[in-house]
Design a protein around this ligand. Structure first.
Ligand SMILES: Nc1ncnc2c1ncn2[C@@H]1O[C@H](COP(=O)(O)OP(=O)(O)OP(=O)(O)O)[C@@H](O)[C@H]1O
Length: 456
């Protein structure tokens, strides 16, 4: 259940939303004027359960909600917000997003779209990405506190030294590392430590963008630009104005989009699809990849000029198996997190489990560790989590080779990965989207692995 503030002067519509959201378990407070909403926010400051999302109608009797949002953001209120507008005016939407709205939806409101946008806003709120109310001193959370573990190994210390070094500059950064090593986490740390930390952090998974829609997603489009472009759409570049745009799996972007991206970086303008009007943007770009982009550029799969423009600074995020003593620290962190999420009280992992963890190769890195620990905590009834709650494939991988080293280890890891993919594909009757979701990788990576392992 979430606590929501709805600012809406149309009483029929607000009653509808009130009951619809109530049925979905949310607690909604309706305000009909900006003044009332300001008072409500002021009165709720310091409440034990603060508002988690603001849902704002655009036009109100005493002003518009974009100005309202601008005002409260200046005062340090960071509750995620989205705008609902009957005016299909792209400028309103851009303006709203520049002033701290996460998204906008047009009226008449489609219930599924509403729930989706609300769900995204709640995720941000719960992940603490937009803290409920920020006082200037508390606004920036530093890497190394709460949700961000830096680690103590030499390789991790070097990683965060680079993060601190590059963060305050406006340089583009390429973050390279295996899947699940924490590249997005590193990008967020750079953003939080930068001068743009009060601006938006917008993350896009380029691997999940279709070739046709990538340009529209990044740069926006005009109504009628292509079949299905039913209204103007603001792209993520504009949404990230004043902040940081994080492009994950950048190697998956098509050639045409790479050209546009280069122009956006060089000239700081973008042109929405179907428009002739350039739009100025002020965005810092951070790109992540788990492939060797330089090799791709040499092969001609990635534009050389774009690679060099992005590569003003490169950061390598180490694989978990190379982080030595950090494993213990991450284990503790994920155990605490899982206990809190699942309402459990597992105090420790048994010696045998820790031994397996130490020998295992962690092909899925921190994401895999997090998932394995969550499962352990869920299945453990006692204070100590034991071997029986570990996935059998993990044990099998280790039993096949008592203590594998070097290339042998790689082969075992790959055969383990192949088996896992085959099993999941069978389970979901070869629905690749579902399989990718279950395996926690993007579809492009799944296709790549299917081809690599010649899975029929
Ligand atoms: N420094 C960190 N401290 C705590 N948790 C972390 C850290 N880095 C990563 N994680 C957790 O590990 C998981 C994977 O992190 P993230 O999504 O950043 O990896 P990634 O390398 O971007 O993944 P992909 O290659 O799939 O895009 C997430 O659940 C994240 O919360």
């Amino acid at each position: 259940m979430a606590k929501l503030l709805l600012l809406e002067d149309d009483s029929t519509f607000s009653k509808l939303l009130f009951s619809f959201l109530g049925k979905h378990g949310h607690q909604v407070k309706v305000c009909t004027t900006i003044q009332q909403a300001k008072e409500e926010l002021a009165n709720s400051k310091g409440d034990e359960s603060p508002y988690e999302v603001l849902m704002l109608d655009y036009r109100l009797p005493d002003g518009n909600s974009v100005d309202f949002l601008k005002g409260i953001r200046k005062e340090g209120v960071r509750i995620p917000a989205f705008i609902m507008t009957s005016f299909q005016d792209v400028r309103t939407a851009v303006n709203a997003m520049r002033n701290g709205a996460l998204d906008y939806i047009t009226k008449p409101v489609n219930p599924e779209e509403l729930l989706m946008v609300l769900g995204e806003a709640l995720k941000k709120s719960q992940a603490g990405e937009v803290p409920a109310v920020v006082s200037p001193a508390k606004g920036k959370s530093k890497p190394g506190t709460q949700d961000n573990i830096e680690g103590r190994s030499a390789i991790s210390r070097e990683l965060y030294e680079y993060v601190r070094l590059v963060a305050p500059t406006d340089m583009s950064v390429i973050i390279q590392g295996e899947s699940g090593t924490g590249k997005e986490h590193v990008a967020k740390s750079i953003h939080k430590l930068s001068k743009r930390s009060n601006g938006p952090f917008v993350a896009i998974d380029c691997g999940s963008l279709s070739k046709e829609l990538a340009a529209s997603e990044l740069f926006g489009h005009k109504k009628g630009a292509f079949t299905g472009a039913l209204q103007d759409k603001v792209g993520q570049f504009e949404a990230a104005h004043g902040g940081t745009l994080f492009l994950d799996e950048i190697g998956n972007l098509g050639y045409d989009v790479q050209v546009k991206l280069l122009r956006a970086l060089q000239e700081r303008i973008i042109v929405p699809v179907g428009s002739t009007q350039p739009v100025k943007v002020d965005v810092r770009l951070i790109a992540a990849t788990n492939e060797d982009l330089m090799a791709n550029a040499a092969k001609g799969d990635f534009r050389d000029d774009l690679y060099h423009r992005l590569n003003e600074f490169k950061i390598e995020v180490p694989a978990l198996r190379n982080r030595g003593e950090d494993l213990q620290i991450f284990v503790q962190h994920f155990v605490d997190k899982a206990n809190a999420e699942l309402d459990r009280n597992v105090q420790r992992l048994s010696k045998e489990v820790m031994e397996v963890f130490g020998r295992y190769d962690w092909p899925g890195n921190l994401r895999e560790l997090n998932n394995v620990i969550k499962r352990l905590i869920l299945l453990s009834k006692d204070e100590e989590a034991s071997l029986s709650a570990l996935p059998s494939e993990m044990i099998a991988a280790l039993e096949e080779a008592p203590k594998p080293t070097g290339s042998n280890l790689k082969a075992i890891q790959e055969s383990h990965e192949k088996e896992m993919i085959e099993r999941v594909l069978q389970e979901v009757r070869y629905n690749k989207s579902k399989a990718a979701k279950l395996l926690n990788i993007d579809r492009k990576t799944l296709y790549y692995k299917i081809e690599k392992y010649q899975i029929e």
